[in-house]
Ligand binder design. Structure first.
Ligand SMILES: Cc1cc2nc3c(=O)[nH]c(=O)nc-3n(C[C@H](O)[C@H](O)[C@H](O)COP(=O)(O)OP(=O)(O)OC[C@H]3O[C@@H](n4cnc5c(N)ncnc54)[C@H](O)[C@@H]3O)c2cc1C
Length: 405
């Protein structure tokens, strides 16, 4: 086992080994100027206008700027190019069909069918070990909210909820049969109880002792999630199955706080970033200490968290490629972490979002606008690009000088 201190997560030479300087400058421009323009409320309007320009508009958006940087493409087969590029660098992929907040039963069936197609492709593609979905891609948000503790469900609602659960079960069954694992994303607190309940039902059915197939997500910005993790651990022990858990900090902080303010209630979110960070570390440690009965996916772009995870693993003498631990980042974010983890033999994967432009673009922009952490993340990336450019610059200057001489 290699000690964690050998792993330099800021090693820009490894990170950008496959990126030439022109591309590096392009990335700098994208992060520094283009992304902030697009995230601006008017940015979405411009993108919508561009989408309406026949042929050229769509082509421009599809092949230039943030879309190809953060998305695998429009279809599964587009995204497979990204999947094999990542596989060549030792990074696995998790295809993420952009679908949420839909309204009609036919939309939900369509999402289910699309995820079934992903499972079908994953069956024969070694570098696709997981599939992922959001419950709001498979059922109405209002229904999930009602089922999360609002008024009792009437017969009609119950039938609709049964259909949602049946879709989830179909996906878990197909993934289980294909020997693939399932990540269920976490969403807002007012719909999460229903999501948790469905996830637990699936774990009881598909997870075995010593093998997690279904993973639920714990957002550690929530004050109640340490308790939740202990309860999940106990549930697995009682039920003789190994739960899977994906740890993240949480993406809906602004919406959570706004809703708490509107309703006059207390916010369910930790009061500061520091308290969220402490909870995240505590959760990491709890999971690594109990890997015999809790499998783990760590979804973060925070280098300190990854460093802490590696230390916990090294302290327990775990091999980097222990199948019970997976690290994951989003496409276009935290590339230094993904590439360096892969270099040292850790299990690492990228979420690769894809979907039709008219749905994926507003979805991505809205997420970026609502999520203040995107600004922190682009700051981190910009710093790394800057570091690598100044590492290369002396050589470039030297090369230029020798040519002139
Ligand atoms: C592979 C993967 C899967 C993901 N899946 C999900 C998912 O299913 N559900 C989901 O909600 N999110 C998900 N996310 C997003 C995740 O929750 C974070 O929003 C994002 O990764 C940024 O957090 P970070 O750990 O990377 O790093 P950081 O940049 O260190 O942390 C930023 C995060 O800290 C928290 N934070 C920031 N300021 C404060 C504050 N003042 N008070 C309290 N907390 C604060 C917020 O959660 C914020 O997003 C996923 C991320 C990844 C990489």
């Amino acid at each position: 086992v290699r000690r964690a201190e050998h792993v330099d997560l800021q090693d820009t030479e490894t990170t950008y080994r496959h990126t030439n300087t022109i591309r590096l400058l392009e990335r700098k421009a994208l992060l520094q100027w283009i992304l902030p323009l697009l995230i601006h409320p008017r940015g979405e309007a411009w993108a919508r206008i561009a989408l309406r320009v026949p042929v050229v508009g769509k082509r421009l958006i599809r092949h230039w700027g943030p879309f190809p940087y953060f998305c695998g493409g429009v279809t599964i087969s587009d995204s497979l190019r990204t999947v094999s590029r990542l596989a060549g660098r030792g990074i696995r992929a998790i295809l993420d069909f952009s679908a949420e907040g839909l309204g009609r039963e036919s939309d939900f069936d369509h999402t289910r069918d699309e995820v079934l197609r992903i499972i079908n492709v994953a069956k024969t593609t070694e570098s696709l070990p997981f599939v992922v979905f959001k419950l709001t891609g498979l059922g109405r948000e209002e229904l999930l909210e009602k089922a999360s503790g609002g008024p009792m469900l009437d017969q009609e609602d119950q039938t609709e909820l049964n259909r949602v659960t049946a879709r989830v079960r179909q996906l878990c069954q197909a993934a289980h049969d294909a020997n693939r694992r399932v990540l269920i994303d976490a969403e807002e607190t007012w719909i999460q109880p229903a999501i948790d309940e469905i996830a637990h039902e699936m774990m009881k059915q598909f997870n075995r002792r010593g093998r997690a197939t279904v993973y639920n997500t714990a957002q550690m910005y929530r004050q109640d999630r340490m308790e939740y993790l202990s309860a999940l651990h106990a549930m697995g022990l009682d039920g003789h199955f190994t739960p899977g858990v994906k740890l993240v900090r949480g993406a809906y902080m602004e919406a959570e706080r706004e809703r708490a303010t509107r309703s006059g209630g207390a916010s369910p979110i930790h009061p500061t970033k520091e308290t969220t960070d402490v909870a995240f570390d505590a959760a990491l440690k709890l999971c690594v200490d109990h890997l015999d009965d809790l499998w783990l996916v760590v979804g973060t772009h925070n280098p300190e968290s990854i460093g802490f995870l590696l230390e916990c693993m090294a302290d327990r003498g775990l091999a980097p490629n222990d199948p019970r631990v997976e690290c994951s980042q989003l496409l276009g974010m935290g590339d230094n972490l993904s590439l360096i983890l892969a270099k040292y033999g850790y299990n690492v994967s990228k979420y690769v979002p894809y979907g039709p432009l008219d749905r994926a673009i507003p979805y991505l922009l809205r997420r970026a606008r609502e999520n203040s952490s995107v600004a922190d993340q682009t700051g981190r990336e910009l710093q790394l690009v800057g570091k690598e450019l100044s590492r290369r610059w002396p050589r470039l200057t030297y090369a230029f000088r020798s040519r002139v001489d």
